[in-house]
Design a protein around this ligand. Sequence first.
Ligand code: GLU
Length: 368
Amino acid sequence: MHLKNSKVIAIKIGSSLLVDKKNNIRKKWLSSFAKDIKKLKSINKKIIIISSGAIALGCKKINHNRSNLKLDKSQAIASIGQIELINLFSQTFLKYKLNISQILLTLDDTEERRRSINAKRTFENLFQLNYIPIVNENDTIATSEIKYGDNDRLASRVAQITNADTLILLSDVDGLFTKNPKIFKDAQLIKKVNDIDNDLQNISVKGMTELGSGGMNTKIEAAKICNLAGCNMVIANGLYMNPINKLEEGNNGTWFISKIPKLHARKKWIISSISPKGELTIDDGAKRALTNGKSLLAAGIKGVSGKFKKGDHIKILDAKRKEFARGLSSFSSQEINKIKGRQSNEIQKILGYVSKSEVVHKDDMVKV
Ligand code: GLU
């Protein structure tokens, strides 16, 4: 329904799509999914896949029962299964000449601004290299206090970080129903949710679970995160062959439509900082470049004030010291002090390490 207009699409795959109830790997299904991805790539969509299955495949590998796993055991098993998972993707996607990479995230990587900016850049560089990132939670490291525990919310954060237009949660349920469809025959599929709080007031999602860690609750939480970031989300049944094609053709699944334009959401987030940590004063040339939608480079920076870290909110002032824009700095104040006024190709030599060339990337900047 909404994929045509989406440039960046994040797709989450639940464990039950990769491993069936008899503990067999659903290779044919994955192949049909890869075919769908090939089609999306051929029309220049940027794709991110968030895949569960490390624990399920780890258990399969060592013949261990999946139920009642203790945390430390599941961490070890995830470490075994993650390679299986990526191998499975790698072998299947190779047949369609699709390149994949692996990103393992912990909660802090998405919740802490500096780290989330780093992650964002990594995703962008992978898009440029024409690689499809396959994301999972870093289960081997994450203990319960610092764990998402379900890939639904992790996927929504990834969608937010990568500025995705749509997040598709492929699960083993058809979507969100008015009642638990396993118990009530008259339960109806809700096709569209425009306002989560109001539309879902009378719906109890208790017991509406799938295999894997997430239930309907975590999916609705994920929808809230997505919608606030200007991203639409759909819960769809991924058990079908060619699940993305099926979603596009049929009017199935439950769509959660964001009321906020995407850019607006991001700008609001940048502008909403109550206390920017510092200021950069720029020259007229840089001001012109910024007005034309370019990023801020070191060469155009005349002065730095305040003490800030990479990822902090800062004000950008013009030569008359009038606030011109706000943004997230890709460098610390200490670093900018060393590189201000210098050409981008000198940065590596001055700092002694490889880094980005934009001090404030255009996507991380709002003109005021
Ligand atoms: N990260 C877990 C895994 O790969 C799955 C979490 C979930 O089921 O949502 O097994």
